[in-house]
Design a binder for this molecule. Structure first.
Ligand code: NAD
Length: 321
């Protein structure tokens, strides 16, 4: 395994991070015992960074991760989030200071620990900039002062919003998802320059574009427009015809971005952990990569609308359009 400093924090994180959302059955109902084995095996493979949220599986992922880490908490860097909770009609978001302060206590209980290494505001595009800057983040900084969280970060999809907020608040990290992979490389243009300037830790999630860049294809809820899903399916088939797996190529490509401290892949199976860990330090096959990039070129950097309209990235299109 390789490790990098997470910005200017004292954390040294594995370049491959364990995304725990599948432990909450976000993609499919998983075998819980296999999920637990995947966590243990990830630690054996040198993965020390685990990302979760109360939102994943509506607390199920945190509960399962907490159980899986029982007795091994000291071996890992644990990141969770606050602000996003369920799929209720009002959106399931609550970025108030009171909810965030209660949220960390609930997460600490589920995760069976007395502190969170990185506490992140989850999907900030669903909040107003005022509430993020004047209420939610100040509440998180207070929790940092109290020692309940060692560091504070923000997460979300629109990279311009993430950049603007990170430029205005003393956050330690920024996590974006689906923004550095074979379908979208905008993290490199929008977030990397600020990260370099401000010493921010950069975390890139969903290098398989939330399963689009795999042989399983998109789950029904996937927000990408149909033409993006079709292009990804064509690219997967191109790889299969050459005896290759698009997931491997996609992860190998994403891991090669040096400005990203850790790339988070959703995992709940030992075999996926094994395959993904083996890709650390790999170089994508140049011919395969060129063929896939050609297929994906017409849809490259297609971004969808996510959150409040005022927070959208320029040029964002309707979800599943
Ligand atoms: P992903 O792109 O990592 O895809 C995960 C899917 O790919 C799962 O179905 C998994 O079983 C499958 N998979 C993993 N390895 C594979 C392999 N080698 N071959 C084939 N399939 C494989 O998407 P993700 O899980 O959404 O993102 C990774 C993690 O990043 C999440 O689990 C979560 O922890 C984090 N994340 C955070 C945010 C946020 O904070 N806003 C958003 C998205 C993701």
């Amino acid at each position: 395994m390789e490790y990098r400093h997470l910005g200017t924090t004292t954390l040294r994180v594995s370049v491959l991070g364990f995304g725990a959302s599948p432990l909450g059955n976000e993609f499919a109902t998983i075998d819980a015992a296999e999920g637990e084995r995947a966590v243990a095996f990830a630690i054996e493979e040198g993965i020390n960074y685990f990302d979760v949220s109360p939102y994943y599986g509506r607390t199920l992922a945190e509960t399962r991760l907490g159980a899986a880490l029982q007795g091994r908490r000291h071996e890992v860097i644990l990141a969770t989030k606050a602000g996003r909770y369920d799929k209720s009609a009002d959106g399931g978001f609550d970025f108030s200071a009171a909810r965030i302060t209660r949220s960390i206590e609930e997460s600490l209980t589920r995760l069976r620990t007395d502190h969170i290494d990185l506490f992140q505001l989850h999907d900030i595009e669903y909040a107003s900039r005022e509430q993020i800057l004047d209420e939610a983040l100040p509440a998180m900084f207070r929790l940092k002062e109290q020692g309940k969280a060692r560091y504070v970060g923000i997460t979300g999809y629109p990279v311009h919003l993430l950049r603007d907020v990170a430029a205005q608040a003393p956050v330690d990290t920024v996590l974006s998802y689906c923004r550095y992979d074979l379908l979208d490389t905008s993290l490199e243009r929008v977030l990397v320059p600020l990260a370099r300037e401000d010493g921010l830790g950069l975390i890139s999630a969903s290098p398989l574009h939330m399963r689009l860049l795999s042989n399983h294809g998109a789950p029904a809820w996937h927000p990408a427009p149909k033409r993006v899903c079709d292009a990804a399916a064509a690219a997967a088939s191109f790889c299969r015809d050459r005896g290759a797996d698009i997931a491997g190529l996609a992860l190998s490509f994403a891991l090669a971005q040096p400005a990203v401290a850790t790339t988070l892949v959703g995992m709940s199976r030992v075999e996926h952990v094994r395959r993904n860990a083996a890709l650390v330090g790999s170089v994508p096959d140049p011919e395969l990569l060129q063929g896939v990039r050609q297929i994906l070129a017409p849809v490259l950097d297609t971004v969808w609308k996510e959150g409040r309209p005022e927070n959208d990235d320029p040029g964002a299109v309707d979800k599943q359009s």
